[in-house]
Design a binder for this molecule. Structure first.
Ligand code: ADP
Length: 304
């Protein structure tokens, strides 16, 4: 079983001709409202693939919370751990310009209330999990509690997004730490490593990230796939070549797929070979959750 612990947001999307400057108002397109947030995205992605999946998250007792529960249920995820309350559901305010570039402001709302005590209270969900997957759109102390309460045989998959400095006890629990290039640079910089030079070889990144303490590391490299590293060495897992139309949520689809295959007992490299195919399908379709494939849909994608 995969337990995702993370954020759930309503993505409020408006198309604009150009972004407003300070003090300026521009008219946009009609508002589109989509279920999002990295936690909810990962839970939907895993469930749609066929994983037995639960989400531990906080939403508000409002329409956005209902939308999120509905999308999770539709994908087949267990929503017993999606807790309600008076604080409004988190919202991402997204403007998209004609070139497809977006600007995003997030109001964390109920996500900021997902507390260490919620992890303690989720004992039953945790005990059933073979893999727990989490991110940093929830309070860091909640992630720390999770690392402490991980059942003995359970793996922690952490995608440190948005990037933040991680306590050693969290880093040591990661198996793997999953980062994109931006997050890798941040973590290496925050640790006094070879930050932001842009010239560092990716294999060297993976090795440097391993030195921070995680049991294994996966660096996702967009169209080039992913680099997988552990004490035994590192291996590049190429992505299938696809025509990308929208990369939103690709990292979440990748990480969810990885978590599922690890929960099934696969080796990290084998799991990553499946995950790049899931990520590749996700980028060929518009949107985040809407772009996530079923297991059968992944079958048709050539191996990289
Ligand atoms: P993030 O979305 O977090 O920035 P990446 O851009 O590295 O992370 O993408 C995550 C994964 O999604 C990649 O490892 C790859 O499997 C897949 N992916 C992303 N962009 C593409 C692309 N253009 N073509 C094929 N696969 C892609």
């Amino acid at each position: 079983e995969v337990l995702v612990v993370g954020s759930a947001n309503a993505d409020l999307v408006v198309g604009v001709e150009r972004r407003p400057g300070a003090g300026e108002t521009v008219l946009g397109t009609d508002l589109a409202v989509h279920p999002g947030g990295k936690g909810a995205n990962q839970a939907v992605a895993a469930a749609r693939l066929g994983a037995v999946t639960a989400l531990l998250a906080r939403v508000g007792d409002d329409a956005h919370g209902a939308l999120l529960r509905e999308s999770l249920r539709e994908a087949g995820a267990d929503t017993d751990g999606v807790l309600g309350g008076p604080t409004p559901t988190g919202v991402a305010l997204i403007t998209v310009d004609p070139s497809g570039d977006n600007s995003i402001v997030v109001a964390p709302g109920a996500n900021a209330r997902l507390a260490p005590d919620d992890v303690v209270a989720a004992r039953a969900l945790l005990s059933r999990a073979a893999v727990v997957s989490t991110q940093l759109e929830i309070p860091l102390e909640t992630v720390v509690e999770l690392a402490r309460r991980l059942p003995p045989e359970c793996r922690l998959v952490l995608n440190p997004s948005p990037p933040a400095a991680l306590p050693p006890e969290v880093l040591r629990a990661c198996d793997p730490l999953v980062v994109n290039e931006h997050e890798a640079r941040f973590l290496l910089g925050a640790s006094g490593g070879r930050a932001g030079s842009g010239s560092v070889e990716e294999a060297a990144w993976a090795a440097a990230l391993l030195e921070l303490g995680p049991r294994s590391v996966v660096v996702t490299l967009g169209a080039r796939g992913a680099l997988v590293a552990s004490r035994e060495g590192s291996e590049w897992v190429p992505s299938p070549a696809v025509r990308a139309v929208d990369t939103t949520g690709a990292g979440d689809a990748f990480t969810a797929a990885l978590a599922w295959r690890l929960a099934r007992g696969e080796e990290l490299v084998t799991a990553a070979r499946f995950a790049v195919r899931v990520g590749a399908v996700a980028v060929t379709r518009e949107g985040a959750q809407r772009s996530f494939p079923t297991f059968d849909e992944v079958g048709g994608v050539a191996k990289g």
